[in-house]
Design a protein around this ligand. Structure first.
Ligand code: SAJ
Length: 422
């Protein structure tokens, strides 16, 4: 079989301009590729083409501006012919925890009419094992072209951490999994032009599993921390101290307990493993269940603290899924607030990063005035800077439940607060 020639890559079409696709498109553009960014959302296209960004991420605006001003990045609603297609669309789970691959399917189908001999298609979206060599390649083959001969496909999972996207995009090692060696070789060539980290080449299914295992590992470690926190609570011990002291052992490294695990990745990706091989992924499933039980536990502990207070009011500090990011979708805060609401507890939410939320966002003064308890759910850096004495003066009761251990405990206790941690 004679393969399509490998010509220097000049044009790239990135499908999906979200947390992964937009920074990826911008980094490719400032490195000399001519990039078309594709997204169905008109408001995203408009803002990108103006050199603005619809999401808050350190340095992203400057990068997108540079990319657009260089003339190398343009956003539009439909794909167009290119040397390389990069798919960076969401892969959520359905209610029943099965993978929803409809965005990958749509993206692949939208590439089909533009697919040409010699093209390379890269799947960055986290996907269940077998997706790249199966579903994706099969849809692309509907073009009439032959995979591994006319066109090439690789899974290059994104591994960037929201809050550190730009540095991690360039510095992280990249796993490149081809449906064959030639696909992997071609994909590695592209990433080598923009990535400082090492390029590690493997098969598509190994790359799929590596990405899922990374997030399942983090989920299990957080679940372990959460379980330790709950066991310690039952034993009247400080769970944070237990973890901190255990971590002084040279071979122990437990993550931080919290009000639950949010975001679009860690609570989702482990289910792809459970779905693929349910009988063999018992630990991974249990970790998910432990982490999913945390919002209810936090809500119940809050209610228990307020049991003797008439018509309590809670000031909620932070609702994003983690500290210092503006993303409140899939946040554990929603689960906590749902229970408080069901029990008729009044609450008022403060978040300096989040712009849109299910509940109204208040200013700090309004939120703490006459409050009986502060319930801190996201560790935004600003919260640690507040003067507890001034906060306490406005409150009815001085109770703070710091689920992230973000506040300087001594200062809050000196100001007369009862400080609760997990
Ligand atoms: N969390 C804890 N305790 C911890 C660490 C995190 O409760 O010690 C919680 C956070 O508050 C948050 C959730 O876990 O609710 C997830 O946050 P995260 O910072 O661990 O991860 P994400 O979802 O922002 O990004 C992860 C990263 N994966 C790993 O670190 C293995 C990132 O590298 C991936 O690229 C990203 O998922 C993704 O897109 O898959």
């Amino acid at each position: 079989m004679s393969r399509a020639e490998s010509l220097p890559v000049e044009t790239v079409c990135v499908l999906g301009l979200g947390y992964v696709g937009l920074p990826t498109a911008a980094v490719l553009a400032v490195n000399g590729f001519r990039v078309t960014g594709v997204d169905p959302r008109a408001e995203v296209l408009q803002s990108v083409n103006r050199g603005e960004v619809p999401i808050h991420e350190v340095g992203l605006k400057t990068l997108v501006q540079a990319a657009v001003n260089s003339g190398n990045l343009h956003a539009q609603s439909e794909p167009q012919p290119a040397d390389v297609f990069v798919i960076a669309v969401p892969t959520p789970i359905r209610e029943d925890h099965t993978a929803d691959l409809s965005f990958v399917e749509q993206a692949a189908r939208s590439i089909v009419p533009h697919l040409r001999s010699g093209n390379l298609v890269l799947l960055e979206s986290t996907s269940p094992p077998g997706t790249t060599g199966g579903l994706l390649t099969e849809i692309l083959a509907e073009s009439g072209l032959t995979p591994k001969k006319d066109f090439f496909v690789a899974h290059c999972p994104e591994r960037i951490l929201p809050g550190r996207i730009l540095s991690e995009l360039v510095q992280n090692d990249r796993i490149i999994g081809g449906i064959d060696e030639e696909s992997a070789r071609r994909a590695a060539e592209v990433y080598r032009r923009v990535v400082d980290g090492e390029i590690l080449v493997t098969s598509a299914v190994v790359a799929e599993l590596v990405k899922l295992v990374e997030n399942a590992y983090r989920d299990a470690n957080i679940a372990f921390a959460n379980e330790v926190a709950r066991i310690s609570h039952e034993c009247d011990a400080d769970g944070w101290q237990v973890i901190e002291l255990a971590n002084r052992h040279p071979r122990v490294s437990i993550l931080r307990p919290g009000p639950g695990v949010g975001g679009h990745c860690i609570p989702v990706d482990p289910w792809f493993l459970v779905g693929a091989v349910p009988d063999l992924s018992r630990l991974i499933r249990t970790a998910r269940e432990v982490n999913d039980s945390m919002p209810a536990w936090v809500a119940e502990r809050t209610l228990a603290e307020l049991a003797d207070v008439k018509e309590p009011k809670v000031s909620i500090w932070g609702v994003s899924y983690k500290g210092n990011v503006d993303d409140a979708r899939e946040t554990p805060a929603l689960g906590v607030l749902e229970i408080l609401e069901e029990r008729g507890v009044r609450f008022s939410v403060v978040d300096f990063h989040v712009k849109q939320f299910k509940h109204p966002l208040d200013d700090i003064e309004a939120s703490i005035t006459d409050a009986d308890c502060i319930l801190l759910l996201s560790d935004h850096r600003e919260f640690a800077l507040f003067e507890p004495a001034a906060i306490g003066k406005r409150m009815r009761h001085r109770i703070v439940f710091d689920t992230r251990r973000c506040l300087p405990r001594d200062r809050w206790e000196d100001a007369g607060f009862r400080v609760i941690t997990l």
